[in-house]
Design a binder for this molecule. Structure first.
Ligand SMILES: [Zn+2]
Length: 156
């Protein structure tokens, strides 16, 4: 007669406990593996810590449209549809460069902007960024492209 403890180890572990089916694929912002459990503290694949619930979203509200950037996403701002997915927001502005600047949100929740060598400059609260320099963006900052295309940063 086997000891009771041995029988217990033969029971299959309950993998599905506490999980709910989720049709929305959630990807690791680092390695882009699809996560089986979006609430996990770390990625199954690359083992890096994952952004937790309540992860901030960066929005920049321009008069002609709103840009929205999630953690891990880099958004190129510009007038050329081949370079920027939000080009339609800026086509009417001749002084915005074809590839003007990039905004992104890092996994710690800090938002950044970088001028991509634009002709007329990228400005944060009135200060022109040197080309290629990464500058943090905070909630309420004014992000200006060229002389007069101003968006308000919202970090929530
Ligand atoms: Zn990963």
């Amino acid at each position: 007669m086997p000891p009771h403890g041995r029988e217990a180890t033969l029971l299959p572990p309950d993998h599905n406990q506490g999980r709910q089916p989720d049709s929305t694929a959630f990807m690791c912002p680092y390695c882009e593996a699809v996560l089986s459990n979006p609430g996990a503290a770390q990625c199954d694949s690359c083992l890096r810590p994952l952004p937790q619930k309540g992860t901030p979203v960066l929005r920049v509200m321009f008069p002609t449209g709103e840009l929205k950037v999630s953690v891990g996403q880099h958004l190129v701002i510009g007038r050329d549809a081949g370079q920027s997915p939000v080009a339609s927001t800026f086509t009417q502005y001749d002084n915005v460069s074809r590839r003007h600047s990039t905004v992104w949100l890092d996994p710690s929740g800090t938002a950044w902007v970088r001028d991509e060598g634009s002709t007329n400059g990228t400005f944060v609260n009135g200060e022109r960024l040197p080309r290629g320099v990464e500058a943090p963006l905070r909630d309420g900052d004014q992000l200006r492209l060229a002389a007069d295309v101003t968006g308000t940063v919202q970090l929530t």
